[in-house]
Design a protein. Structure first.
Length: 428
């Protein structure tokens, strides 16, 4: 029997029941199951190896989004996030995106860019030509730094040279184009960039300052697209509402910032679960959104000739399966096992698809009931707990707050005290 990510009523199950289903789906062993059940699942020794000055660890909720069908393949997607309703929204969006093989996604390949900054040259455009003349020598030296990467089919493939204007005058910037295969690539690219810097100085007579990767990974893009049938989301009026909401973002950078934040809700939740460099992903996404000189949405939503909703997304996605915390953090390894991806490119396709689904969910909510209704319904439970509710009282307090449209801490405290007294009276 083939595996499916379509698990109706998954959210209604207990934590134990959910874990049992995921363990069966991903074929988790007993130790992996125990690790997921352990409240503090990053031991101090491992944490101390990961970063400096460790004094403890901090846990976030580890959840899974179900229903995802991407490139005709089912995925259960691990997500780590503190924000209420994100996982539910992703799962619900994925459910209406399963037709026609689900969300489609491709990548342009695992290519990253290292920048070598050259200054103190009188003839920058001629200097640019000198560097390009020595391209083969530069690439050979770069590839000598990582023979294993080259053996795997990666390595430095090309160079590009730009002359830029800065407050300190013109600078000549060499881009080292590196195929990093299944790594995020920062270490390999930085090492290569540092090694070729003295060679560029000898060729040009200039001085190199920075030698470092750029997080504007414009050569490592993910593209995702999907058709959502109008009858699956409430009709053509809803389609029009979503397209109108997108158009607002396309015309206004203030709206576009929040629009893109919704995309990153999904992307970063998967990045955290799989121990990716989420700061690099954020920086790359927002820089790419502003690459034209104007900040724009990373996605586009349109209505096709039949009145259905069609959406597409394009953004940098620099992720890896080897190196870094991905192979160190025990939960990240389990997350990747649940996800079942085999390459970094496949992981980026999943993350792009999740970002597109998350964006759709937010726009649909905005265009129909408003973002707050569903979000606050779930948030009410958190407020109830903060106010001191326990056990069955949590749901009772949350339900009353939603009914009365008063989801506030002071009202929750009032309800907790009132319902607790009533409960005591009933016992007597």
């Amino acid at each position: 029997m083939s595996k499916t990510s379509r698990i109706p009523g998954f959210y209604n199950l207990s934590i134990e029941e959910r874990l049992k289903k995921i363990a069966e789906y991903a074929e988790l062993n007993e130790n992996e199951i125990k690790l997921l059940q352990k409240e503090g699942n990053l031991d101090f020794k491992t944490a101390d190896l990961m970063i400096e000055n460790v004094i403890g660890t901090m846990a976030y909720p580890f959840a899974v989004a179900v229903n995802f069908l991407i490139n005709n393949r089912d995925y259960i997607v691990p997500m780590v996030i503190e924000e209420t309703s994100v996982v539910a929204a992703a799962s619900n969006a994925a459910k209406v995106m399963r037709r026609d093989g689900g969300i489609k996604a491709t990548t342009t390949g695992p290519v990253m860019i290292g920048q070598i900054q050259l200054v103190d040259v009188k003839d920058p455009w001629y200097t640019r030509m000198l560097i390009l003349e020595h391209k083969d020598e530069i690439l050979q030296l770069a590839n000598e730094q990582d023979p294993i990467l080259v053996k795997l089919g990666g390595g430095a493939k090309d160079i590009e040279v730009r002359v830029i204007d800065t407050p300190k005058g013109q600078m000549v910037i060499t881009h080292l184009i590196v195929d990093v295969r299944d790594a995020m690539g920062a270490n390999a690219v930085n090492t290569m960039s540092e090694k070729v810097a003295p060679l560029i100085e000898r060729i040009t007579g200039g001085r190199v300052y920075l030698r470092i990767i750029t997080n504007l990974a414009e050569k490592r893009l993910v593209r995702a697209w999907v058709k959502v049938y109008k009858e699956d989301i409430g009709g053509e009026e809803v389609v029009d509402g979503i397209v109108t909401a997108w158009a607002f973002a396309a015309g206004d950078p203030y709206r576009a910032a929040t629009h893109n934040k919704g995309i990153m809700n999904g992307v970063i939740a998967v990045a955290l679960a799989t121990a990716q460099d989420h700061r690099a992903l954020e920086a790359g996404a927002h820089a790419y959104a502003a690459r034209t000189g104007r900040y724009l949405p990373l996605s586009i939503w349109e209505k096709d000739k039949d009145g259905n909703l069609v959406g597409s997304l394009e953004m940098p996605m620099a992720v890896g399966l080897v190196g870094g915390a991905t192979k160190v953090h025990p939960l990240a390894k389990i997350a990747l096992k649940i996800l079942g991806v085999k390459t970094a490119s496949e992981l980026s396709e999943v993350m792009g698809a999740v970002g597109l689904a998350q964006n759709f969910a937010a726009l649909r909510a905005l265009a129909t009931e408003g973002i707050q209704k569903g979000h606050m319904r779930l948030h009410a439970r958190n407020i109830a707990v903060m106010a001191g509710a326990t056990g069955s009282l949590i749901e009772k307090v949350a339900e009353i707050m939603v009914r009365d449209n008063k989801i506030r801490y002071d009202y929750a405290r009032e309800l907790v005290e009132k319902l607790s007294k009533e409960g005591e009276a009933d016992k007597n």
